[in-house]
Design a protein around this ligand. Structure first.
Ligand SMILES: [Zn+2]
Length: 269
């Protein structure tokens, strides 16, 4: 699943197409949404924002279009609707004079009143977004003191959107490596210094990944990992068997919380 950096890069790409323009055409494949398209069509777009892995497109009518790509959803950008490829139709088409964005495969799509977004079940659960410029180490450290996180392992917490929104599987391995922490550690056992290292890595790694994505159009499906690898470069993710960049061990692959995790027992304690 695309993680926070990819979702924020996508929000930038959608912003270029939509913000301050009028939605000339809006098409949903879902007939219920299609009947409600008038809350978007003909309306000016105020903002496109990423929150966690969701995209929020706010229009002047007081409504916001919520989309979440999950595992398989992906966007295509073309100049003209005729340029959309034949085959499975998009779930959603948004067109302005600048071009067309189409969302494919199996995303979640919903219309919400902008004032009521905080009650959206996905958004209401999100912790601090690691890519939100307003989130700093101090606010992350304060959030880490939430009692329900105390007894959980870092491997589990670093995939929990309620702990840190925008985190995902490649970021989990890379953040733990930068923080020099074992994925098996329990949060409440971390020293103050280790917590600070974790908070710093939670901010630093996703933001570096995001900055590596200038002007990138996210490719469909799992191909985003190939472009992230090429542009950002992984220290440990998908590098099982390779020597650790710190020169003190070999990177191993584990399956933790149901997902692949890569780490070095030589320097991550
Ligand atoms: Zn190492």
């Amino acid at each position: 699943m695309p993680e926070g950096p990819e979702t924020h890069a996508l929000a930038d790409r959608l912003s270029m197409l939509l913000v301050d323009e009028t939605l000339g055409v809006v098409r949903f494949i879902d007939p219920k949404l299609q009947r409600r398209r008038a809350v978007l069509e003909g309306k000016r777009v105020l903002a496109v924002e990423a929150r966690g892995k969701a995209l929020l497109t706010a229009v002047e009518s007081g409504w916001t279009l919520y989309t979440h790509s999950h595992l398989f959803g992906f966007w295509r950008f073309v100049d003209d609707r005729d340029a959309l490829p034949d085959g499975a139709p998009p779930r959603l088409v948004l067109a302005t004079v600048r071009g067309v964005a189409a969302l494919y495969a199996a995303p979640s799509i919903a219309l919400w009143e902008t004032d009521a977004l905080d009650r959206h079940p996905y958004l209401a659960r999100l912790g601090p977004d690691v890519l939100d410029p307003a989130v700093d180490a101090k606010s992350l450290l304060a959030h880490m003191r939430t009692p329900r996180f105390d007894k959980r392992t870092l491997a589990v917490l670093l995939l929990d959107q309620g702990f840190a929104a925008g985190m995902g599987n490649y970021l989990r391995s890379e953040v733990l490596f930068q923080a020099r922490l074992s994925p098996h550690r329990i949060l409440q056992d971390l020293t103050a210094g280790e917590r600070r290292r974790l908070a710093n890595a939670l901010l630093d790694v996703p933001r570096r990944a995001y900055r590596s994505k200038h002007d990138e159009v996210l490719p469909p499906g799992k191909d985003y990992l190939a472009t992230t690898r090429a542009r950002f470069g992984f220290q440990v993710f998908e590098r099982a068997g390779a020597p650790c960049p710190r020169g003190d061990g070999t990177i191993t692959e584990s399956r933790l919380a149901g997902r692949r995790l890569y780490w070095c027992a030589g320097c991550q304690h």
